[in-house]
Write a protein that binds this ligand. Structure first.
Ligand code: F0G
Length: 430
């Protein structure tokens, strides 16, 4: 494989380099891999101008909010790129959710506006393009739902067979529906996400199937574009903070890696801080970070934010590297904090699935704790669409989540009435 700029994969743990033509997900030492390129061969200012020139293109690979930045993603000819014009997502003033978090300058980047309704599409466009590059015919992933929905879609677009491993009965309905609709062979594992993740790695090795979890370094390359696009939307003015949920820990690793590359190229000249937010029932990174202890998986992860119900995240080492680079922090939020923050994101007219709202819950907690200044410029990442998990929404607003210890603090209860004007008047308090 020939790229314009020298490109290779490199172990996060021991820095050993491998030829990019060699298909592998791990180093011989067991560490996970990064895609690396010779940044010294790239002119940052010229690159920035190229990206500006591509902004708003109407069709083709360069209209994608990932491939617009292809020089730092995967520099392939356009006809080898599998794309659904992903990215190009909006960034909203947080409105009500900003007031709730106590922030004056709070923007929410809505990655739930991607083609399959989550940020995963940014990684998947790159992952499926890599699958084609390695002449794969089948792809597989373990998933809490969004990765599988995205993979099934991109596989369908590119003519690949997709095989999905999901924890039985533990993913949101909208996501399961997508996997089935897009034709993914869906295997429901009797176990949790971590069991499925371990199984899929064995299966891919044994059956020669291309693995599309975020352990795949090309997924991470695609997801870097979230940060690139946010900065371009801000005319390259760097915010003080990014706040992002953490589950398998690929997305925050991608964000920091991308920012580090922009900084190395002089495209940005300030390092923003990143706050990774975990659900307290599934928070191995938080425990490690807070107690300064070695990484230890959480055995039976729990949370209503099923997208991030993960006890043994694969990318914790990449996350630590990123946090060190940007002086980042890790926070945990309770079930109640997640769902109340979600009620605010939803009531602001924006809407997002529970895991996404860790960004807002976490921002509020960090403002309250004096870590984030109320005047700071903060960008929260909303990772998934509100329609992904209708059960969580209805459960909260009908105040039916007592079994999970969650109260519908800001519930907007539906009312059943007789079909008469009088009943309507009564219901409206007129
Ligand atoms: N938010 C949503 C909506 C997600 O679906 C995920 C991960 C995350 C946040 C966390 O991102 O894993 O990169 O730290 N979902 C994966 C999946 C695990 O299978 O869909 P992360």
């Amino acid at each position: 494989m020939n790229f314009k700029v020298a490109t290779w994969v490199e172990c996060v743990h021991c820095a050993r380099k491998y030829d990019i033509g060699e298909l592998r997900y791990n180093c011989d030492c067991g560490g996970i891999l990064d895609v690396r390129r010779d940044l010294s061969a790239i002119d940052g200012q010229a690159l920035k101008q190229t990206w500006e020139n591509r902004w708003g293109m109407k069709r083709g690979a360069m209209s994608s909010g990932v491939w617009r930045y292809k020089e730092l993603i995967l520099d392939l000819p356009d006809d080898r790129i599998i794309t659904r014009q992903e990215g190009n997502t909006r960034m909203y003033d947080a409105g009500l959710a900003g007031k709730y978090a106590g922030l004056k300058n709070f923007l929410l980047k809505h990655e739930g506006e991607n083609p399959t309704g989550s940020f995963k599409d940014r990684g998947m466009t790159c992952g499926t393009t890599a699958a084609m590059m390695y002449h794969a015919t089948s792809v597989a992933c373990a998933s809490t739902g969004n990765t599988s929905a995205s993979m099934a879609s991109y596989a369908a677009v590119s003519g690949l067979k997709s095989i999905i491993f999901i924890p039985e009965g533990k993913i949101a309905y909208g996501k399961l529906a997508q996997a089935l609709a897009f034709g993914g062979k869906t295997l429901q594992i009797e176990g949790n996400f971590d069991d499925a993740m371990s199984l899929v790695q064995d299966v891919c090795r044994e059956l020669n199937i291309y693995l599309l979890n975020s352990i795949n370094p090309f997924r991470i390359e695609g997801q870097k574009a979230i940060g690139f696009e946010i900065l371009q939307q801000l005319d390259w003015e760097v915010p003080d903070w990014f706040v992002i949920p953490g589950g398998n820990l690929g997305n925050n690793s991608a964000l920091s890696k991308g920012l580090e590359e922009l900084y190395a190229l002089g495209i940005i000249n300030k390092i923003p801080r990143i706050a990774v937010i975990q659900a307290s029932g599934s928070a191995p990174l938080y425990k490690m970070w807070k107690n300064k202890t070695p990484f230890e998986a959480v055995k039976n992860p729990e949370t209503i934010a099923t997208a991030i119900k993960i006890g043994n995240p694969v990318s914790w080492e990449k996350t630590l590297r990123g946090l060190e680079w940007c002086n980042g922090v890790v926070e945990e939020v309770s079930e109640q904090e997640i769902m109340d923050a979600k009620a605010m994101v939803d009531a602001a007219g924006i809407g997002a699935e529970p895991a996404s709202c860790c960004s807002v819950a976490g921002a509020k907690k960090l403002v309250d704790a004096g870590v984030i200044d109320p005047e700071a410029k903060v960008v929260g990442i909303l990772t998934g669409n509100v329609l992904k998990d209708p059960d969580a929404v209805i459960g909260y607003h009908k105040n039916e989540l007592a079994n999970k210890g969650i109260v519908g603090t800001y519930a907007n209860r539906p009312v059943i009435i007789k079909p008469t004007v009088d009943a309507v008047k009564k219901a409206l308090g007129r």
